[in-house]
Ligand binder design. Structure first.
Ligand code: SF4
Ligand code: SF4
Length: 235
């Protein structure tokens, strides 16, 4: 069954159950995202894909809000841009993001969004805790100081690689990505060293030592693998 709605004034028709973000993308309308990755379960954590619906004063995360008949969605407005600018500034104030000394400089989705939204300063006080950098793996490095807690690495490790080496410890801004039961990477008994976490990390928090992130990164990897699996099931 299909559903008719309007996104940015454009009449569209999509399958019932489609999320607003996917409906927009299927119709050539771009909504900025950070934590969302096609092929992984949507999480709705980064608040970048916020949209407004009808007259509701409250914005909604489009990656986890399904379409409904007659819905009128706005994906871009001065208010939404300001909301996204604030969300980017919160991220920049919570962890150390100095682009000039980051391995992801030039290949960073947070940096790209900040540039796109015109974030040239941070209006909030910096917190910047000193967090552990794990470089004990033979080629993978995790720098928690760069992490934006998008959980892409956790979801790809669990849902695509199927080993669930990574997870979150603590809550809110105290959260940290951990390896197995908060062990060093070299001690992990579950990690297959597949690199998928480094491929999907949007910033410079997980990377392959000695490899530029423009080579490592592949934000299509989850979708690619899911499509291959679905095709194999159909054969
Ligand atoms: S390398 Fe693969 S198995 Fe190891 S933590 Fe990353 S995604 Fe998980
Ligand atoms: S390490 Fe990277 S992918 Fe994982 S939660 Fe942090 S920013 Fe996201």
């Amino acid at each position: 069954m299909t559903v008719k709605l309007k996104i940015d004034g454009k009449d569209i028709e999509v399958l019932e159950g489609t999320m607003i973000l996917e409906a927009a993308r299927q119709n050539g309308i771009r909504i900025p995202t950070l934590c969302y990755l096609e092929g992984l379960t949507a999480y709705g954590g980064c608040r970048m894909c916020m949209v407004t619906i009808g007259k509701s004063p409250k914005p909604f995360a489009s990656c986890v809000t399904p379409v409904s008949e007659g819905m009128e969605v706005i994906t871009d407005s001065p208010g939404l841009r300001e909301y996204r600018r604030m969300a980017v500034q919160f991220l920049l104030s919570e962890r150390t993001h100095i682009c000039s000394v980051c391995v992801a400089n030039g290949s960073c989705e947070l940096q790209e969004l900040a540039n796109e939204l015109g974030v040239d300063h941070v209006a909030f006080e910096r917190e910047w805790p000193r967090l552990d950098v794990d470089s004990t793996h033979s080629f993978l490095v995790m720098d928690r100081n760069r992490c934006i807690l998008c959980t892409r690495c956790i979801r790809v490790c669990d849902e695509i690689e199927g080993v669930h080496t990574l997870d979150l410890m603590h809550r809110g801004k105290e959260s940290q990505v951990i390896i197995d039961l908060n062990q060093e990477w070299k001690e992990s008994s579950s990690c297959t060293s597949c690199r998928k976490c480094a491929k999907v990390c949007p910033v410079g928090a997980i990377y392959v030592e000695g490899e530029t992130l423009s080579i490592t990164k592949d934000d299509q990897i989850a979708r690619f693998i899911m499509e291959r699996r679905e095709a194999a099931h159909e054969e």
